[in-house]
Design a protein around this ligand. Structure first.
Ligand code: SF4
Ligand code: SF4
Length: 340
């Protein structure tokens, strides 16, 4: 097929041209991990890293952020709110990272709109990279309606090909970004690689999740779970947060929004000390029921994009695909019992 392409050199020049006016966020090594981080220079990009260990969620919903600051001033308090000051570009996002934003938009952009998320979303352009170099440990995006070359939730999708990258401009925002960095595109006959096969897993319907609510399986999972929260913090769509106020040394007060996790023992505790989910079994069940029953009931889509990060990073190898497999098998067994 004849497609617009960018050579590797042209791509690097384009990104360099964007740096003065944009925060370009791209996969880079950090300790033992590959994470999305603001780019100082294009040579820092981890080009062959595959899927990042952490998602790009923190650039839309930071792990910890002072959303409002009250500062003493003559005659009262001065109110400062947090704003993004520069447009940002997420470069090297995978199709599941784009899909994750579509899932989060349902929550944060619905009435009442979360102004902090909405501002970041409006000021961010997603430049994706098709997963022709995947899949990686735990990937099951196709079971959630995504795919390794899914373009729908990105602004630009690049696909590695002979001579550089085929450039698929998905949105006007993507086109504007190409122009902003004076991208040099050529046109060439390219054979795009076949997207890799990902999984044959199928998601059970909501009835199956409801039927599994009282299964002893959740207690078995909980015996392994350490409650470390890794699975929720590395997830691109887990969005739970807490809001706290703290008094600073100069007398100002910061209202902080910080990530929370359903896998923490005190996540559900309320005033008076009552905890409606006092056991790890209840909290494990909540994690999966929220993703595949409660959120779809409310928002019309699963709270999971099948990125596989939680599979790869759980220290005790709890695998969400096995949980899905259990719920499906439990449902088949219940149906067989009814028929017999
Ligand atoms: S990463 Fe694994 S051990 Fe840690 S809270 Fe999640 S399921 Fe439990
Ligand atoms: S639950 Fe696991 S597989 Fe699903 S989006 Fe979150 S980290 Fe990825």
């Amino acid at each position: 097929m004849n497609a617009p392409i960018m050579t590797q050199a042209a791509l690097e020049i384009w990104l360099t041209n964007l740096l003065p006016d944009h925060t370009v966020i791209a996969p880079q090594p950090q300790g033992q991990q590959i994470v999305f981080a603001p780019l100082a220079q294009v040579s820092d990009i981890a080009w062959d890293a595959g899927r990042t260990d952490l998602s790009a969620k923190e650039f839309f919903l930071p792990a910890s952020e002072a959303i409002i600051t009250l500062r003493p001033s003559t005659g009262g308090l001065q109110v400062e709110t947090t704003h993004l000051t520069r447009p940002q570009v997420i470069f090297g996002a995978r199709p599941c990272d784009g899909h994750a934003l579509e899932v989060l938009d349902r929550l944060f952009l619905d009435d009442p709109v979360d102004v902090y998320y909405a501002e970041r979303r409006a000021m961010t352009t997603m430049v994706g990279l098709a997963c022709s170099d995947g899949p990686w440990t735990g990937c099951f995006c196709t079971a959630l309606g995504g795919g390794p070359s899914d373009r729908t939730h990105l602004d630009i999708l690049l696909t590695a090909c002979d001579g550089g990258f085929a450039v698929d401009v998905v949105t006007d925002k993507g086109r504007a970004l190409l122009e902003a960095g004076a991208a040099v595109l050529a046109s060439a006959d390219v054979a795009l690689p076949e997207p890799p096969a990902v999984t044959d897993l199928h998601l059970p319907d909501m009835t199956a999740w409801r039927a599994a609510f009282n299964a002893p399986y959740w207690a078995e999972l909980a015996e392994r779970c350490l409650g470390c929260r890794t699975c929720t913090y590395d997830c691109p769509v887990c969005y739970c947060f807490d809001v706290r106020d703290r008094v600073m040394g100069d007398g100002s007060i910061e209202r902080l929004r910080c990530w929370d996790s359903c896998q923490g023992a005190l996540c559900f505790a309320i005033a008076g000390g009552h905890n409606p989910r006092p056991t790890q079994a209840a909290r494990q069940r909540q994690r999966y029921m929220h993703k595949f029953l409660y959120y779809p009931e409310r928002e019309g889509a699963a709270l999971c994009v099948g990125c596989g990060r939680c599979v790869e990073q759980c220290p005790v190898n709890i695998d969400i695909r096995e949980v899905i497999g259990f719920v499906a098998a439990n449902n088949r067994a219940a149906a067989a019992e009814v028929q017999s």
